[in-house]
Ligand binder design. Structure first.
Ligand code: EPU
Length: 418
């Protein structure tokens, strides 16, 4: 079992290069199943969630080659099956994108309910509702969600909840469906826009991504091409938080500063200096920091996927901070691990109250999920002495070469096989 050991308490200084966005990659790779020619996808992060989704599309008959560790060539010409492998699908959340992609490609799909991090109930009713609004029949059996798209065509979908996954799945299902589709109350996350840009560059007609209303004119087919995935907003925010928690000075490279606006605003409110350039931001934490209140919300609000990292950061700042989780009903389960390091965090439902500035003590902690794992890395970087982090498979799902990136900014960190 691998572990990360961090001897913390030293300011991070230097440069970090941000990888392609995980949540864009895990949508764009299944979207390549809709394309008849070869798709060359660049800036794909080298993470285990990408490996899992590539394995899944391979098991359906897609040809997949990696020309280097961040470029994937997908040829779906000879796709053979509309049935997703249950063992592979239960390993990750994004397996649900095979529903929209296989439906668009074959007019039918059988995909098991998805796995992924446990934040309480994670329903997919809005995904299924969107397929029904596009004329499909949906049924569930012990293993699969079965979608029969004999009558698949354009339609109107009003999402009752703003959902990234449901918005993307409805786009995937509608792109090749005859007629016009209108999606209302859509998610506006950068990865929704990236998916639409990918599809449009292959010949689709998806308009309005990044706003509440997305309109799609079904086209007969999509052609191959080359597309480069956007930088990962959450990975960037994670390294910004790490730089601040250690009171460092780090240049975060290969980012789209617009995607970081809500994150930058909250860090500035704490007293951090952020310098913005075209594709870089510099984070300088050289002044005393203030406690703040944060509420997570769908984009353009403060992202829930940075909530654990923010909680840890605020635990290093004297005073009382309050973090309100506005997206998931149970995303503070990791707090018990942080308490082992001396953090004073009280959770009441979806609200965490943090009494910051108490001394941190090194400990043995367990990465309970992907972003919680990232928050433990930040806690260890901020804490004098050696902290041991286990269950790295969660961190490996979403952070490319995290140990090398942190070594490059001066962290005393190593990965060991115990
Ligand atoms: N929801 C419903 N019904 C649905 C779908 C969602 O009620 O059919 C609710 C959820 O319970 C939640 C809210 O809507 O309260 C938002 O869920 P959403 O569907 O937007 O989440 P998701 O698509 O399953 C993606 C990311 C998550 C991220 C959320 C929110 C991927 C693969 N996952 O999940 O990322 O937290 O959006 O931004 O894109 C992560 O990267 O660590 C991660 C968990």
């Amino acid at each position: 079992m691998d572990k990360i050991l961090i001897n913390g308490g030293k300011p991070l200084c230097g440069e970090v290069n941000i990888s392609g966005a995980k949540n864009a990659a895990v949508a764009i790779i299944p979207a390549a199943l809709l394309v008849e020619g070869k798709c060359i996808i660049e800036n794909v992060p080298d993470i285990s969630d990408v490996d899992s989704i590539l394995k899944m599309i391979k098991s359906l008959g897609a040809k997949v080659e990696k020309s280097d560790c961040n470029t994937v060539v997908i040829d779906s010409q000879n796709l053979t099956s509309h049935i997703a492998d249950p063992e592979l699908a239960c390993k990750m959340r994004a397996s649900y994108y095979l529903m929209g992609a296989l439906l668009g490609r074959f007019g039918k799909a059988q995909v098991p309910p998805p796995g992924g991090c446990n934040f309480g109930t994670r329903p997919i009713d809005q995904h299924l509702k969107s397929f029904e609004c596009l004329g499909c029949k949906v049924s569930l059996d012990e293993t699969f969600v079965n979608i029969d798209g004999d009558e698949l065509g354009g339609g109107n979908v009003y999402f009752d909840v703003v959902s990234v996954g449901a918005t993307i799945n409805a786009i995937l299902a509608a792109v090749l469906a005859p007629g016009k589709t209108v999606l209302e109350n859509c998610a506006k996350e950068p990865h929704v826009v990236d998916l639409a840009n990918f599809l449009n560059s292959m010949g689709a007609s998806v308009r309005g991504a990044g706003t509440d209303i997305i309109k799609i004119n079904g086209v007969e087919s999509l052609h191959g091409g080359t597309y480069s995935i956007i930088p990962d907003q959450i990975e960037a925010g994670t390294y910004m938080a790490a730089a601040i928690a250690t009171r460092g000075n780090v240049l975060i490279k290969n980012v789209i500063p617009k995607h970081l606006e809500a994150i930058t605003a909250k860090f500035e409110e704490m007293g951090v200096t952020i310098e913005e350039y075209d594709e870089e931001v510099r984070v300088i934490a050289d002044k005393p920091l203030k406690s703040i209140r944060v509420k997570t919300m769908p984009y353009p609000g403060f992202p829930t996927d940075l909530q654990p990292q923010m909680v840890v950061l605020l635990a290093t700042v004297p005073g009382t901070s309050v973090v309100n989780e506005g997206v998931w009903d149970s995303r503070f389960q990791y707090v018990t691990e942080l308490e082992k390091m001396g953090m004073k965090i009280k959770v009441d439902g979806t609200v965490a109250t943090i009494e910051g500035g108490t001394p941190l003590c090194p400990s043995k902690v367990c990465a309970t999920d992907l972003r919680a794992g990232a928050s433990m890395v930040i806690a260890a970087l901020a804490c004098e002495g050696t902290t041991e982090i286990s269950q790295l498979r969660h961190i490996d799902r979403g952070y490319e070469h995290i140990v090398d990136k942190l070594l490059a900014v001066g962290a005393d960190i190593k990965r060991i096989n115990d």
